[in-house]
Design a protein around this ligand. Structure first.
Ligand code: ADP
Length: 364
């Protein structure tokens, strides 16, 4: 068989190392040299990868017809998780110097996704547990002598209603989030009338806004390009943003909704429209802004809860905007207020030119 060029291994994206029967590095591909800082062949693997479990597995299989898989964590600026596969190479003919082949597979993204899922379930359960515990406590109390007092009963029933609504709101938001995530990869194709969506949002929230004496001003620019989207989902986006403006804006101050053309959407570079929701409230600290769209993240947890927030509103906004291939930008000044801008592109995805892969295969 032809001898393979050493550089061939450099084409493998996974760090790969060939070892001789004394555990010395014979060959390391580019990815392995970068990751393990192997500077030259001829050094013991232990110089670059000191993990006892790795070395134990390598020593076990070297020169033998067996393999081992070990999970390892490599420290660094960001810790990374790897699955190390090592296969022994039994001595076949005397010319072969290779004793083992070691491959590292980066599992960081998969592990992070698992961790995020686990955290999400823990957070969602925790969020549901506190109103539920409050309800149980009040039901027990009302079942006792305190339930005889009409005033206490009235007060407790009021709290129970609020806590039940909070749970219902949380479940609604969780369901919305999972529905949005399911079709996030499918961009809506139909043109949408954003002006009508905004009118519907202001109508739906008019009682809430009036309750805080906050007028909502809507302002449309001229010559707005057509954008493509799903009206129900965009309603949800602007409802969440205007609801936040009502919640976190100062009582008696107006909320401005402004729609204008955007020549180049930040980060996307395509033209479209910008819908700005501006409040005059306390604003958001700069270091909190990048975290706002994380699930259950709140700048002030107690305040959000007392105002009926679930901590999921902006996560839903982010996913819907992503589905529309748009962009969400947040500007805020402490003590002055915040502006949330939703950019929506006006260009359709370009239909792919030429024949499909299947058509090409059939033609050939
Ligand atoms: P919530 O249900 O708590 O409002 P969101 O996901 O909608 O959850 O928002 C997350 C957090 O971002 C809120 O708890 C609040 O701290 C902050 N926030 C959102 N919108 C505003 C705003 N317009 N002004 C100030 N803070 C805001």
């Amino acid at each position: 068989m032809a001898r393979l060029p050493d550089r061939l291994l450099d084409f493998f994206p996974d760090p790969t190392v060939l070892l001789d029967r004394r555990r010395t590095v014979v060959l390391a591909n580019n990815a392995a040299r970068d990751l393990l800082e192997i500077t030259a062949a001829g050094q013991d693997l232990a110089m670059s990868l000191r993990h006892p479990r790795v070395l134990g597995a390598v020593d076990e299989v070297i020169g033998r017809d067996m393999s081992r898989t070990v999970e390892i964590v490599l420290p660094g600026v960001t810790t990374r998780n790897f699955e190390m596969h090592v296969a022994g190479v039994p001595p076949t003919d005397s010319s072969s110097t290779i004793g083992a082949v070691l491959v590292l597979r980066d599992q960081t993204t998969a592990r992070r996704a698992e961790q995020m899922r686990a955290d999400f379930v823990a957070n969602a359960s925790h969020e549901l547990r506190s109103p539920l515990a409050a309800l149980l406590g009040f039901i027990e109390t009302l079942g006792g002598p305190a339930g005889e007092d009409p005033e206490t009963r009235e007060r407790f029933l009021g709290i129970m209603l609020r806590e039940s609504r909070r749970m219902a709101g949380l479940i609604d938001d969780l369901l919305t989030l999972s529905r949005v995530e399911i079709n996030e990869h499918v961009r809506p194709k139909a043109p949408v009338d954003v002006a009508t969506v905004l009118v519907n949002v202001t109508e739906a929230l008019s009682v809430q806004a009036r309750g805080r004496n906050m007028p909502i001003h809507v302002n449309y620019g001229d010559d707005l390009p057509v954008v493509y989207g799903e009206a129900d989902q965009l309603f949800q986006v602007f409802r969440n943003l205007v609801e936040n403006a009502i919640r976190y804006g100062h009582e008696g101050e107006p909320i401005d909704l402004k729609v204008e053309p955007a020549d180049s959407i930040p980060g996307i570079g395509k033209p479209g429209i910008a819908v700005k929701v501006r409040d005059r409230g306390d604003g958001i600290p700069e270091d909190a802004i990048p975290r706002l769209t994380e699930r259950f993240y709140r700048v002030d947890k107690a305040r959000s809860k007392s105002l009926g927030g679930t901590g999921l509103g902006l996560a839903i906004v982010k996913h819907i905007v992503n589905r529309h291939r748009g962009h969400l930008a947040v500007e805020s000044e402490l003590g002055k207020g915040s502006t949330f801008t939703v950019y929506l592109p006006s260009e359709q995805d370009r239909p792919r030119g030429g024949r499909s892969r299947q058509e090409r295969a059939q033609a050939s």
